[in-house]
Design a protein. Structure first.
Length: 171
């Protein structure tokens, strides 16, 4: 009877130890994945080669909307290309534009990046060769999620949430 109790205790201790080890391994694996993702996002921002994929739009003074079509802002050292929908009040029409969205290509722009205390990034893009947008403020979080605030002289401000992804590989 004593041997049976000893074996039972031993099995319980082994079971608890095994569960503890597996939990510790899973936590380390999760931390490794988070660190890898954070390094990937930092690399994209440092290289200035990424795409902001918009998923939700937040018009000023209106309800938010989920986007079902691909809308994005492509950022590279050569150009900033915006293809975003717009919902809100326009103060004047953009000459030569048939789109009501925030559609432009800028090859002359200021690009500044600041890292926050929490390790996220604040990116300010100021296009100089378009009147569609005066300033794009992109807040990028360590996990790749991001928010974009667009300021314009001709339209109410608007915000978007989405993710940062690498530029697609050229074929």
């Amino acid at each position: 009877m004593y041997a049976f109790k000893t074996i039972g205790r031993f099995l319980i201790i082994m079971l608890v130890s095994t569960v503890s080890i597996h939990t510790a391994i899973a936590q380390n694996s999760k931390k490794d994945k988070q660190a890898k993702k954070e390094a990937e996002i930092k690399s994209l921002i440092d290289s200035q080669k990424y795409v902001f994929k918009a998923q939700t739009v937040f018009p000023l003074g209106a309800r938010s909307r989920q986007l079902t079509t691909d809308y994005d802002v492509t950022v590279s050292k050569e150009a900033v290309v915006s293809y975003l929908p717009y919902f809100g009040r326009a103060y004047s029409a953009t000459p030569g534009s048939s789109s009501g969205g925030i559609d432009f290509t800028s090859k002359q722009f200021e690009y500044t990046v600041n890292e926050t205390k929490k390790g996220d990034w604040e990116i300010v893009i100021k296009p100089k060769d378009t009147k569609v947008a005066r300033e794009l403020n992109l807040s990028v979080f360590k996990n790749g999620s991001a928010t974009l605030h667009v300021s314009s002289d001709d339209k109410q401000n608007i915000s978007y949430s989405g993710n940062i992804v690498p530029l697609p590989k050229k074929k």
